[in-house]
Design a protein around this ligand. Structure first.
Ligand SMILES: [Cu+2]
Length: 337
């Protein structure tokens, strides 16, 4: 599957920016060669047909740079103009907030689809514009998914905006682009662009409640989840009787955590080779400080393996052949790079 970068744009905004970069490179290369040719010529003809100092100064010092940089400026402005249309009609609207060191997301409600919260994975339909409002919960972070467009800082106390469209399906990485501390490098947003029908299915599933704990193990897991204080930092819609509309969450919404491609904002692949998310969840909960040192969640090494397993069962639902328990997995695994 495609996983583009700045040089392999996957949407019109990123294409426009790549165009500006390529033009700048080409024009500057020509200007450099031209200036070197002038210099060589001047040295060659020195003494024979001297070029006046005024021509060097005015031509090389003023006219040439003004033409080259003025042209580039105009071209850049024209290409970037309108890129950041604040709200194109029919755009999907998502509020993204940066935290030390993860991303929370809230999909805004639409006439036929309710709002819901998720984390670290921004799924979007191919071909439809997406408008993000970007905020920060603590320090300055920066949103940049090079394959899909420009970079926008996430500044505490401010709401910034960015609009982009993905023109092809794929998984695109967006590492935090403003140094923000220990785990800055493991603060990676994954953007998953999906065919519109798959996206609609994913959205329906994500907006719904977590898998209902029915097995004895899952029920025990739900109780342990509360007893161990997980619910003070994490919401699980439905089963844990926790409401997403709570004050700013201290940790990612875990309602459909098993459907995510990664845990900990790119720190740990959320699938073992058989496609099962349980292994990674177990590892994360047992000793997050080993997986992502400094993460703002305590390790739970003091718990017994069966207690961890019960919570994993609660979070991931019953095991299903072929790996995975949360429905949206289908699209996720077929898209995984
Ligand atoms: Cu950051």
């Amino acid at each position: 599957m495609s996983a583009g970068g700045m040089l392999r744009p996957a949407g019109p905004q990123a294409e426009a920016l790549a165009g500006v970069m390529n033009t700048t490179l080409i024009v500057c290369a020509f200007a450099f060669v031209f200036a070197m040719a002038c210099l060589a010529g001047a040295l060659w003809w020195r003494g024979r047909r001297p070029v006046s100092t005024a021509l060097w100064l005015w031509g090389g010092g003023l006219v040439l740079p003004v033409l080259v940089f003025g042209g580039l400026l105009l071209h850049g402005e024209r290409s970037a103009y309108g890129l950041d249309d604040p709200s194109p009609p029919g755009a999907l609207r998502v509020a993204v907030t940066g935290h030390l060191w993860w991303w929370s997301m809230r999909y805004e409600s639409e006439p036929d689809a309710p709002a819901f919260a998720t984390a670290n994975e921004l799924r979007v339909p191919v071909g439809r514009p997406v408008t993000l409002t970007l905020a920060s919960d603590d320090v300055i972070h920066s949103y940049w998914v090079p394959a899909l467009g420009g970079k926008v800082d996430m500044v505490p106390g401010r709401l910034n905006r960015l609009t982009f469209t993905a023109s092809q399906p794929g998984v695109f990485r967006g590492p935090c682009s403003e140094y923000c501390g220990t785990q800055h490098a493991a603060m990676v947003l994954q953007v998953v662009a999906m065919p519109p029908e798959d996206f609609a299915q994913w959205r329906r599933a994500q907006a719904g409640a977590a898998p209902e704990p029915v097995s004895r193990q899952a029920l025990r897991g739900a109780a342990l989840f509360r007893e161990n204080g997980c619910a003070t930092c994490h919401a699980v819609r439905g089963s844990a009787r926790h409401d997403v509309a709570d004050a700013p969450p201290l940790g990612p919404d875990l309602t459909h955590v098993a459907s995510r491609l990664w845990l900990g904002a790119g720190a740990l692949r959320n699938r073992d080779p058989l496609g099962d998310p349980r292994t990674a969840l177990r590892q994360w909960i047992t000793d997050v400080q080993q997986v992502k040192p400094g993460a703002r969640m305590p390790s739970y090494k003091h718990l017994r393996a069966d207690e961890i397993d019960a919570m994993v069962e609660f979070l991931a639902g019953p095991p299903v052949a072929g790996g995975g328990s949360d429905r949206p997995l289908v699209a996720a695994t077929s898209l995984a790079p």
